[in-house]
Design a protein around this ligand. Sequence first.
Ligand SMILES: Cc1cc2nc3c(=O)[nH]c(=O)nc-3n(C[C@H](O)[C@H](O)[C@H](O)COP(=O)(O)OP(=O)(O)OC[C@H]3O[C@@H](n4cnc5c(N)ncnc54)[C@H](O)[C@@H]3O)c2cc1C
Length: 375
Amino acid sequence: MKTNAEVIIIGGGIIGCATAYYLAKRGAEVIVLECSDNIGNGGSSRNGGGVRQSGRDVRELPLVMYGIKHLWPGLSEELGVDCEYRQEGNLRLGKNEKHAQILQKLADNARKAGLDVRMIDGDEVRSINPYLSDEVTVASWCPTDGHANPLTTTLGYYKAARNLGVSFITGERVTALRTVGGRIRQVITEDTVYEGESVLVAAGLDSRPILDSVGIDIPMTKSLLECLVTEAEPQMFGQMLGTADADFYGHQTKHGSFVFGGSSGLERYNKDNGTPVTSSKTAPCICRGIIKYFPDLAKAKIVRTWAGFMDASSDGVPSIGKVDEIPGLYVACAFHGHGFGIAPGAAHQLAQLITTGSTDVDLQDLRYDRYKAVN
Ligand SMILES: Cc1cc2nc3c(=O)[nH]c(=O)nc-3n(C[C@H](O)[C@H](O)[C@H](O)COP(=O)(O)OP(=O)(O)OC[C@H]3O[C@@H](n4cnc5c(N)ncnc54)[C@H](O)[C@@H]3O)c2cc1C
């Protein structure tokens, strides 16, 4: 078994798989170590498929806008799988004055950062999506947002990376990192020591204990998110939907099912045996919320629910880039609940950073050491 490579990536989620792919395209020799038996078994195959720029912290915007302009539109063709990418806009919905204020602030900040997003009234909302109820009085509208299929996209990157010679080793849990002569060098698993000139830690929430082994701490914590999927319905609309209160989000998939994520407020009280499981209360809670916005779905049948953990950072924004104290070490974690849409842009820029030392998009605002004490 190969234990040496130019770059060792820890984590076989979309960030690890996509970075491996873009590195291999640049000619780098890469090993990806994944602790579970399956690629994409973390958030990457469990998410709601939103590929949006609107509603994000402005620090993330340059990276996600880069991906949506340069990478997402040609991704299915490039990877040779149907990522089911649909770029028909995002409606972020509101029903009252408080919602309008939240949406206005997000839209103003995003416009200053160069995003085409604007506020629209209820009539214009229904001219874009006639299925939305009269309760919706306001929304932000970003026409270049969209959605995609997280499973096919993550596996697409995995297969394309393998075709370029990347080695994926599953069932291999990384326990620690080790430096040699002040540089990162070794990646330790239960049975093996891997060696690389560069190491990227992209292990979601578990990035924290792995980085801790070389004295780097990124403040993040575990938070449960839940999703549901309906039976296939006739095609109704192509936009991604969200709300000012973030109580639900979702879209209709290519084969007709609706995928919705949402919050019941009960996540903290779920039975937690260490695996992400849904509560029996969640789907009814989410559905009651959705029906107020979207009455035509009142009779839709839910066929499956699932949950996943997000790696929530203390300020809601990921850590992406090189670790100055330890040459050769890179991080990409704490993507919060929105790491799928930004993944191609983040991975593309990481591959450029690791191979050339520079990036087209400035990653300064996403540095791992930006965190300040809150008190
Ligand atoms: C229910 C839900 C809905 C979401 N909806 C959206 C959405 O609509 N749009 C959006 O943009 N984002 C969404 N997200 C967030 C998105 O899924 C994540 O931000 C993204 O998948 C993060 O990818 P990742 O590769 O960093 O992490 P992960 O997919 O978690 O991958 C990390 C990998 O590292 C592996 N690993 C962990 N520890 C070790 C170790 N010690 N050794 C080796 N391997 C290890 C894990 O097994 C895992 O496979 C959602 C998340 C959830 C849970």
